[in-house]
Write a protein that binds this ligand. Structure first.
Ligand code: ZN
Length: 492
């Protein structure tokens, strides 16, 4: 067995720290007294044969507080029999010693963090069923785990991580609850972090994701963003590339669960049926437990302005100014998206001048409809030639060279790319998400190798990428919850 200690977080606990008071215990949120989280490399071997179907692992995540203590056998990984490659010898872990209230809050947090995935977080032992066993109890000493050489501090958790980042089924991870403070957010973070390793995730250098070492950012959620790998500095990822999308990975491994509720949005400064002018500010609040990735302002159904969401400590207030717009009725909508692309909004109908009575009073391409100048509803499907994002049902009209077609995002890594018939998934960004494009429409690209899930066209990738990024920024809101959409980076 490969026993390489994969990652080390050196944090110096005060040598004179007394344990009489809980606050002297390490907590991930305290940079000066932070526990060490370890991983143990695992050779996946035949028992963990490469999984390509979804879900790839058991849909049960068992949080075990070890009532009366837990026996852990040293041996092959098998959560059903409490057997693990992590301890060298059989061990007994002491029961979770914090209060029931802390336990309940921790369980609720873990359920919320894993809610978007096809996994059920349970607190009853699934017994003979294959499952992930997240032990939340005991100390590293009890498991016989020692600090890596040249480090100080306490060990907060340990988990197996396949050396090729494939998900491990039916294994144990450990959150040493009796070493840590009774802080549900930190316990939740540690549990999600350690289980995440077992599911094949490595570390990211971004505080809003549980696979981080960085404190702050409140409750951490697996982010639908390409985040740089690393601990305290960015580095290449252990299993290829330089970024990791934790949400996309877990969705592939576990399947989809329940999307969270949309963000709450409230326009503060405009009353219905009042008069507004071009350039007037629209002030609104937007909030969501996962934070807000981006906000947009729509007028009569067309998106005009976008800005990124506030960082965790910047509050919930936003202000966007009204664009130049023809006179008439204005339906003003403030929209906020979380990192999963799920949108919430608030809308108010106001007036600018007199209601329009004919198309001629509107800007080119607009129609006068019931006193309001507006662009027609998007009407072009993926693969049809287009000129503006607003024409496409998907809201995406990227270009490659002189060609522009309505497009959709697609998953380059998935065996079925999800593109409509006649379209193929081509690389469009520096990540795993591609764009659907008419087959053969990127012609004249002799010598390009076929990529996985579609073709790769290096000479045209850049222009498509740039315009796709633009297209995404102008993306129309889906009225229903959408999944897997990339989003602008939320501040770390
Ligand atoms: Zn870790």
């Amino acid at each position: 067995m490969n026993r390489r200690l994969c990652l080390i977080l050196a944090a110096a606990a005060s040598p004179s720290a007394a344990w009489a008071h809980d606050d002297s215990r390490p907590t991930l949120s305290d940079p000066d007294n932070r526990p060490i989280l370890l991983t143990r490399d695992v050779e996946p071997g035949a028992a963990q044969a490469l999984r390509q179907s979804t879900p790839q692992v058991s849909p049960l995540l068992f949080l075990n507080r070890c009532p009366g203590g837990c026996q852990v056998s040293a041996g092959d990984n098998d959560a059903r029999t409490n057997s693990s490659t992590i301890p060298d010898e059989d061990a007994e872990l002491s029961e979770f010693e914090h209060s029931d209230a802390v336990w309940d809050a921790t369980v609720a947090c873990v359920r919320e963090v894993f809610e978007p995935y096809g996994v059920e977080v349970v607190t009853e032992n699934p017994g003979g069923q294959s499952h992930h066993a997240a032990v939340v109890a005991g100390t590293a000493d009890e498991l016989g785990i020692e600090l890596p050489p040249d480090t100080q501090g306490e060990i907060g958790g340990v988990a197996p991580l396949a050396n090729d980042c494939r998900p491990l089924d039916n294994v144990m991870s450990f959150t040493f609850a009796n070493t840590l403070q009774d802080n549900p957010i930190d316990l939740c973070w540690t549990i999600a972090h350690e289980a995440g390793h077992a599911y094949g995730l490595e570390h990211v250098n971004a505080c809003a994701d549980p696979m981080t070492y960085l404190p702050g950012c409140g409750t951490k959620y697996f982010r639908d963003e390409e985040l740089p790998c690393g601990e305290f500095e960015e580095r290449d990822c252990q299993c290829g590339g330089t970024t990791q999308n934790s949400h996309a990975h877990l969705t592939r491994v576990l399947g989809e669960g329940t999307p969270p509720e949309p963000p709450e949005v409230q326009i503060l400064n405009l009353e219905a049926d009042t008069e507004v002018a071009d350039g007037e500010p629209v002030t609104f609040e937007a909030r969501h437990p996962r934070g807000i990735s981006r906000v947009t302002l729509e007028v009569n159904g067309t998106e005009y302005q976008e800005r990124s969401g506030n960082d965790f400590d910047e509050g919930d207030s936003y202000q966007i100014t009204l664009p130049q717009h023809p006179d008439g009725v204005l339906e003003i909508e403030a929209v906020a998206y979380n990192d999963l692309g799920i949108a919430g909004s608030d809308e108010v109908t106001v007036q600018k001048g007199e209601p329009c009575t004919s198309h001629e009073q509107c800007f080119a391409g607009m129609e006068c409809d019931d006193g309001a100048c507006r662009f027609p509803e998007p009407f072009l499907e993926a693969g049809e030639p287009c000129e503006h994002d607003r024409e496409c049902v998907s809201g995406l009209c990227p270009a490659a060279g002189d060609e522009r077609y309505c497009s959709e995002r697609c998953d380059l890594r998935a065996s079925a790319d999800g593109c409509p018939s006649g379209l193929e998934c081509v690389e469009a960004d520096d990540n795993e998400l591609g764009a659907c494009w008419p087959e053969g429409a990127l012609g004249g690209c002799g010598g390009c190798a076929a990529g996985r899930g579609g073709a790769s066209f290096p000479t045209l990738v850049l222009s498509l990428a740039l315009l796709c990024a633009y297209g995404l920024g102008r993306r129309r809101r889906q009225r229903t919850a959408e999944r897997g959409a990339p989003a602008g980076a939320r501040g770390a």
